[in-house]
Structures are given as structure tokens and as C-alpha cells.
Design a binder for this molecule. Structure first.
Ligand SMILES: NC(=O)c1ccc[n+]([C@@H]2O[C@H](COP(=O)([O-])OP(=O)(O)OC[C@H]3O[C@@H](n4cnc5c(N)ncnc54)[C@H](O)[C@@H]3O)[C@@H](O)[C@H]2O)c1
Length: 263
């Protein structure tokens, strides 16, 4: 599949990985539909792409809302005539340990709140489900060739303090296999599915982590540095252009492997 002239719908496109992929795909000749909750930043990304003489439009969208995601896919079709590449990148972190006892009393003083749990499930799991489903309906109904690319994370292997996030990302890593099988079982041959599980990528999400924790993270990466957004862009391009990549999750992590016991 060629990137040029394809229509790409990217959630989380106002920042970080989503923004980097949007700008890069536009530069490769794709028509890019930018979606995010942050309208001001979407406008900035759109202007950057248009200023380079490339094609993009945006729609403010909350991926947790079914109506909003359905409207996004309709917007892509109305704006550019099809949907071919779907990058489900919108994501959040709300880190906390399940329980944290007080050092002196031994009694629980903090815990992961239901809101911290639910917000991550809503955006990182339900949001991706809605994005893939609504895109796949349009792509199947119109026989448009394409690929769904949800974003998992290397933290699917069990990062401490991320019971919510790691659970959602572990689920996402499984979906390409399930969906490739379901599409095959239903005779749908025009849609591939491949997820990316990045390691620690240099984006605003990551740079919001406390500096001492970030330094410890970098010390654990065999590559010796954070993954660059260009390296995720290259992986997206590889998935788009290599039609044998289907039903799988590609790790792009700089060599970091699963977490073990608490430090
Ligand atoms: N940065 C990393 O190290 C890293 C590593 C592994 C996986 N990831 C995943 O990659 C994806 C992108 O991460 P990033 O680092 O670029 O983050 P980021 O914070 O820079 O960007 C995430 C974007 O998602 C948007 N968003 C959040 N909730 C939304 C909602 N309900 N509806 C629409 N948009 C919403 C935010 O407004 C933001 O623009 C996420 O799914 C993240 O979990 C990131």
C-alpha cells in the first residue's frame, strides 16, 4: 500500500507521536485528518502541514464518545473521500499504585482512585475500540484498502504504578491478532491491523514524568536514550507499505524489556 494519496485519520494528533506521524504522513503525500480534544493545538498542527503545501484538516473529537468518533470518520470521508490509514494514538496516563501504606503506621494512606482507573480505561481502551470500529465500518462498507494501527506500549508487560495503563495497553497488543482473525473469518480482505508498542518516546506525555524517575527509566534502556518520534514514524510507514504485516504488535523500544520487581 502506498502512503501518497491515502487518507489517514489520526487521533491524539495534537501532540507527541500523533502529531509527528501526522506531519510525516502529510509530507509523504497523504491527506491527513487530525483529531484530538485540544482544538488550539490541532489548529497549529494543521497550519504547519498546510504551510508546507500539504493536505490536512482537523476535527475536535473526544475518543471516549461514540457519537464524536462516528462524526470524525464521516468528516474524513466528506473531506477527503475515503479512510485508509487509522492511527489510534489518543492516550493518557493516571499513574498510582493500587495501595500505598503509610511508612510509619502501616495503614493505607493512598490508592489508585476509581477515577484514575476509569479515565485510562475510557480513553486508552474504549477510545481505541470506538476508533477502530467506526473506521472499520466505513472501510468495509466502501471496500477501501487500509490498515488500522492502534498504539500499545512496552508497559503492557507490567509497569508498576500503571495497573490501569498497563492493562489497557496489554489488551491493545492482543487486538491485531483477534481482529486479523475476525476479518479473515468474515471474508474482509481490505483491512490489515498492526499495533505498535513503543518504549519510552520523547514526547510531552513522557517529559511530564518527574525528572528523577525519567533518569531511572533512561538508565534501564539498552539503547541508552529515549526512542525518537521519527523512529515511530518509520515504523508506521513500514506497516503501511508492507502488506505482509498484519495481526501483529511491533515493539519499538530501544531494547527495554518487561519490568520485574519494585525498585
Ligand atoms: N510517549 C511514550 O513514551 C509512549 C510510550 C508508549 C506508548 N505511548 C502511547 O502513544 C500514544 C501517544 O502518546 P504521546 O506520548 O504522543 O502523548 P501526548 O500526551 O503527547 O499526546 C496524546 C494526545 O491524546 C489526546 N487525547 C487525550 N485524551 C483524548 C480524548 N479523550 N480524545 C481525543 N484526544 C485525546 C491529548 O489531547 C494529546 O494531544 C498514547 O496512546 C500513549 O499511551 C506513548
Amino acid at each position: 500500500m502506498k502512503t501518497a494519496n491515502s487518507v489517514a485519520v489520526i487521533t491524539g494528533a495534537a501532540s507527541g507521536i500523533g502529531e509527528a506521524v501526522a506531519v510525516a504522513l502529510a509530507a509523504m503525500g497523504a491527506k491527513v485528518v487530525l483529531a484530538d480534544r485540544d482544538e488550539a493545538k490541532l489548529q497549529t498542527v494543521k497550519e504547519k502541514i498546510l504551510a508546507a503545501g500539504q493536505q490536512a484538516d482537523f476535527m475536535t473529537c473526544d475518543v471516549t464518545d461514540e457519537t464524536s468518533v462516528r462524526a470524525l470518520m464521516q468528516f474524513a470521508v466528506t473531506s477527503f473521500g475515503s479512510i485508509n490509514i487509522v492511527l489510534a494514538c489518543a492516550g493518557i496516563i493516571r499513574d498510582a499504585f493500587l495501595i500505598t501504606p503509610d511508612k510509619e503506621t502501616g495503614k493505607v494512606k493512598k490508592f489508585m482512585t476509581t477515577q484514575q482507573w476509569q479515565q485510562v480505561m475510557d480513553v486508552n481502551l474504549t477510545g481505541v475500540f470506538l476508533t477502530l470500529r467506526e473506521a472499520a465500518i466505513q472501510m468495509t462498507d466502501h471496500h477501501w484498502p487500509g490498515v488500522l494501527i492502534p498504539i500499545s506500549s512496552i508497559n503492557k508487560s507490567g509497569e508498576l504504578g500503571q495497573l490501569n495503563y498497563a492493562s489497557a495497553k496489554a489488551a491493545i497488543a492482543l487486538w491485531p491478532k483477534i481482529l486479523a482473525g475476525e476479518f479473515h473469518a468474515r471474508g474482509i480482505t481490505n483491512i490489515r491491523v498492526a499495533a505498535i508498542a513503543p518504549g519510552y518516546v520523547e514526547t510531552p506525555m513522557l517529559l511530564s514524568i518527574q525528572p528523577d524517575i525519567l533518569n531511572r527509566i533512561i538508565a534501564d534502556i539498552p539503547l541508552g536514550r529515549l526512542v525518537k518520534t521519527e523512529e515511530i514514524v518509520n515504523t508506521v510507514r513500514f506497516i503501511i507499505e508492507n502488506e505482509a504485516v498484519h495481526g501483529t504488535t511491533l515493539e519499538v523500544s530501544g531494547g527495554i524489556i518487561g519490568k520485574g520487581l519494585a525498585k
